[in-house]
Design a protein around this ligand. Sequence first.
Ligand code: S3P
Length: 449
Amino acid sequence: MSGHGTPIAMSSAKSGPLTGTANVPGDKSISHRALILGAMAVGETRITGLLEGEDVLDTARAMRAFGADVTDLGEGAWAVHGVGVGGFSEPDGVIDCGNSGTGVRLIMGAMATSPITVTFTGDASLNKRPMARITDPLALFGTQAVGRAGGRLPMTIVGAAEPVPVRYTVPMPSAQVKSAVLLAGLNAPGQTVVIEREATRDHTERMLEGFGAEITTEATEEGHVITLTGQPELKPQTIAVPRDPSSAAFPVCAALIVPGSDVLVPGIGLNPTRAGLFTTLREMGAHLSYENERSEGGEPVADLRARFSPDLKGIEVDPARAASMIDEYPVLSVVAAFAEGATVMRGVAELRVKESDRIEAMASGLRANGVEVEEGDDWWIVHGLGHGNVPGGADTASHLDHRIAMSFLILGMAANAPVGVDDGSPIATSFPIFEPLMAHLGARITRTA
Ligand code: S3P
């Protein structure tokens, strides 16, 4: 839903050792896709472990508005009775995707090749984000879009009545764009081909295969060439959503910087297109191990064990890894503040168009808390002060961005003075149990208003 109601001011303070088990919620990317593909299958898809954060609940509401029967069975179990590819009906009202770029972009793709007209909106953060990256490729199918200046929401999409298949090279590393084109390709006749130069999260491809679509990925000199055969009958699935590596990042990073910590984060999805942060942390000298590695529902999974790491070193993060950790740079920058030396992050222009401009949001909050940060259009450098030397003591702004809010709260747990966040309400979009979960581990985190 648009807006997040009253802002929730929060603060965190130097915490005792963090210990115990952190059961983080289900994967946000996989949760959106399970609901959308469930709605496009014929028959009943069962989902367990769904993330019940605001972003995903907005997608559930949207799927109902398109005619699917979506039922909350309790404790993360959901049933989706789909209407089939091309079976979406025209919603009566506006589709409000709240804070969720993934939700709105994937749903635009899914409806773009059906003869229906849909108006989308979101909260103040989402309504600032670029949508032309979606509507440009959708136009190739015959879809029309009318939005605000600069291709912003609110925006009306007129689905193509007689869609044609497309061949499209994604110009930026974006799984949302790739996925929107693939979902649109589902209801186009013939083969839709998407080429991505840099590999991004591949949950859509894996799940489409699971639902019975004909889809292949070929590694070529051009990049990954993904070919989807349109107008399949998708078969309903039983989907167990793994726990979210992007949420696991918060208790893991907190444990690395809070003295004496030892935290187990079980059942984390470690799809290689998502696990870049953990590789990076290990390169920095983190005491982080994978235990009980296994495969669940077509995704690699392990239990993560993170312990206090007093000898973290700044590194140059491999830019080739950026897409596999794109949501984790904010919290990485917090860990970098406690490392010795500079952590250099390049090839990250996409960070400027997330729920907030994440380079700007983190750089200003870190600087206010005594950490030197340099930045350019697509790079930034955090000059680490080493363990025990981060001053803290300042208020920060979350800019309606859940990951910025959580990152600064992690900073406060190990800084020398408390760190405030003006509005922690967006945390509910992706990690609604963040506060009790962190408090249970021993974090000092409070609501201040
Ligand atoms: C997502 C893709 C990424 C990521 C977002 C989730 C997805 O966005 O930042 O949180 O589920 O496809 P981009 O596609 O803009 O890189």
